[in-house]
Every structure is written in C-alpha cells, then in structure tokens.
Design a protein around this ligand. Structure first.
Ligand code: COA
Length: 360
C-alpha cells in the first residue's frame, strides 16, 4: 500500500516548540471519505455512583458535581472483552445498515485495552464479523484513538485503493482499573462504537484534522507495569502498578488547553463561525473538561453533545458512542467538530460534514 503523493500534503510545523501535524488537502484531487453508517455496543451491567459508594469512600453528589457521571457500563462477564464488544458494535452497524462484512477492506480497532498484549485485536474482530477480505490493525492513541483513526480511515479511502473502512473504538476500561482508587475508578466505563467510512457521493464527509502530542504525558497518565520499560514482576504487581494511574488535575489542565486550542485552529482553518457549527463531538472525559473546552469555542451549550452521565469515560469509544446515540439527530450537511485528548499525551480536532439523513 502506498499513499498517492498528489492526494495529501502532510506538513510538519514547529508550533510553540512542539510538532504539530496538519493534514491539508487539495480538494480538486482528493476522494473525500464520509461516515456512511454507525453502530454501538455497551454492556448490560450498570455500575451506579451509589454502587461505588459501597466500594470506596465517595458519594453520588461528589462524583456528579466533579465529573458529570451518574453511572457507567461494566462488562462483568470475563469473556466480554474489548474484542467481544468491538465485534458486537461492528455487527450492530452491519446488521442495521445491510452491510455485507465481506465487502469491508480494512478494519481498524482503536483501543488501549486489547484482548491480548500480543496479538492485536483488529484481526480477531475482522474474522469474527466475517470481514474475510479485510486487513486489520489496532491504533493505540488512548482517548484520541478514534479521532486518530478517523484521519487514518479517511486517508485509506482517499488513496482510492480501499472502498470500505470500518473504524471501531472499543475499551474495557474496567480491566485496568483499581477499584480501590477512588480518584480513578469513578470515571471510567466499558463500551464500543463503530463507524463505516466510504467515498462520499455528495460532497459531505471528512474535511480535515489537526493532531498533536507531547511525550511528557506519560508521566501523568499511564500503566507502568507490563511494558518493555517495567516488565511484570512480583514487586510492581503487588504495588498495583498494573492498573491505570493518573494525576487527575494535571491531565485536566492539559486536556482543556489542547482540545480548546486545536478545535479553535480547525474552526479557523475552515473559516467557520461558532454559529455555523451544528454539533461538537468532544471526548467524554469529564463534564467539566467538556464545558471548559467548549466555552473557549463560544459554541452554544445545546450543540455540545454529551452522554458521559450514563457511560462515563469509555476511552476510544466515547466519540463513536456519541455518533451512535445522536445519529437520528444529525442531518445531511451538518457541520461537526470532533475533539479528543488522551494518554501520551495525544490530542486533536477534526471537521466533518455529516453525510446522510437518518432513516429508521
Ligand atoms: N470521592 C470523594 N472525594 C474524592 C474522590 C471521590 N471519588 N476522588 C478524589 N477525592 C478527593 C481528593 O482526595 C481530594 O481531597 P483532599 O482535598 O482532602 O485532598 C479532593 O477530593 C479534591 O481532589 P482533586 O483531585 O483536586 O479533585 P478534582 O476536582 O481535580 O477531580 C478528577 C478529580 C480525577 C475527577 C479530575 O481531576 C479529572 O477528571 N481529571 C481528568 C481525568 C481524566 O479525564 N482522565 C482521562 C484522560 S482522557
């Protein structure tokens, strides 16, 4: 596989001492990718704030006021892994939209909770859904995984060599959470969402994106044990280093700063006004992060879509779960701004015009 030189111009700029990668396009030459279908899956089991009160020293009022979360879904069945949820979301998409899985060319799974450290999850998902003609790989960009995947999917479509790209964001966060750590366990939930990318037939679709990162982030949001730097040993295991660890306040500040700055830049690059934007699809990390970010953009509150109250932070699944939950709200031509921030640190924003009117 190789990108056609003429279709994309990747520019690398130094912005405030950091690398920023901006994907520009010459619209006369590019095959525009569009989202043509979405699907989702969340586990049936609900973990409420009141349930958490029985597990750690916390209370419903604190969690709701500090995060906006009331409950989250947890896949209690050990067999209901990230791969299982991703398969369910993909099947939901294919069945509801009469997509023959054998026509899918590429399956991407964005996740930080793969079923196995080795092998990647996407090939399993492709096989399980019957995407027999697809190749498949995982994307690891934490909570930005689906957003990075959107640019990846759009690039493969624009190459004109791939017609159907299935992008799934899926995470079983409960598998890496320490349920004695009250500052972390209240935030996360499990789930999966999927979107199909195809060449646009009406001019609407993925317009452009900006992505950024800063390696300092691994100090503040990580799982220390189990990688090549700190392979598993008894001491680190006993110290709980195999669980997700975060410095919440620092992550909060970086998240707001970078999601706001990058979204603004995307809005500017596309000569949009806040009034012209129909919806903001922001990573569901914390309602206060979403509010602070979107306040910077000047977008009216009702245009900022949220479902964090019922799912918590499902990492790579938050953006596609929003798409699935609000699919019936979107109209052809709606202007959507996506933004996300996650471990690494990774972040970005994208502009997409919605491709279809919902049909039941
Ligand atoms: N219930 C009750 N009290 C809690 C609590 C809980 N679940 N968790 C923490 N506290 C306590 C703290 O111990 C602290 O007590 P102290 O003042 O006696 O020391 C107090 O509440 C304030 O803690 P603080 O960490 O300052 O709270 P916060 O307002 O920053 O909220 C987070 C904590 C984690 C909710 C918030 O920082 C956050 O959401 N950060 C971003 C995390 C994130 O999005 N991660 C994923 C990135 S994609």
């Amino acid at each position: 596989f190789c990108f056609e030189q003429k279709t994309f111009i990747f520019t690398k700029q130094i912005v405030q001492g950091k690398d920023k990668h901006t994907m520009k396009r010459d619209s006369s030459l590019v095959t525009k990718a569009a989202i043509t279908a979405v699907g989702s899956y969340v586990p049936e089991e609900v973990l409420t704030n009141h349930d958490l009160e029985q597990m750690v020293d916390t209370n419903d009022e604190w969690i709701r006021s500090r995060t906006g979360i009331s409950e989250r879904r947890i896949a209690k069945n050990p067999q209901h892994s990230t791969g299982f949820m991703a398969v369910k979301a993909a099947q939901n998409l294919c069945q509801n939209n009469h997509i023959d899985p054998s026509t899918i060319d590429l399956v991407l799974v964005a996740t930080i909770t793969p079923d196995y450290q080795v092998s990647s999850t996407a090939p399993y998902v492709a096989t399980q859904i019957g995407a027999t003609n697809a190749f498949a790989f995982d994307i690891s960009a934490a909570c930005s995984g689906f957003l990075y995947g959107m640019s990846t999917a759009a690039s493969f479509i624009s190459s004109n060599q791939y017609k159907k790209v299935l992008l799934i964001g899926a995470d079983k966060m409960s598998s890496i959470i320490d349920y004695t750590d009250r500052a972390t366990c209240i935030i996360f939930g499990d789930g999966a969402g999927a979107a199909l990318f195809e060449a646009s037939d009406n001019g609407f679709g993925f317009e452009n994106a900006i992505h950024g990162n800063d390696g300092i982030g691994r100090e503040y949001l990580n799982i220390q044990e189990g990688g090549s730097l700190y392979p598993i040993n008894e001491n680190t295991f006993n110290a709980g280093k195999h669980y997700l660890n975060q410095e919440g306040k620092t992550v909060f500040k970086y998240a707001v700063k970078h999601m706001a700055e990058t979204s603004k830049k995307v809005i500017q690059n596309n000569a949009l006004t806040a009034e012209e934007i129909d919806y903001v699809i922001a990573h569901q990390a914390n309602k206060r992060i979403i509010d602070a970010t979107t306040n910077h953009l000047g977008v009216a509150e009702e245009k900022v879509l949220t479902n964090i109250h019922k799912y918590g932070n499902t990492t790579a699944a938050t953006l596609p779960l929003l798409l699935a939950d609000f699919e019936s709200t979107f109209k052809k031509g709606d202007k959507l701004i996506f933004t996300a921030f996650g471990g690494g640190f990774t972040w970005g924003a994208a502009y997409l015009t919605w491709n279809y009117d919902y049909q039941n």
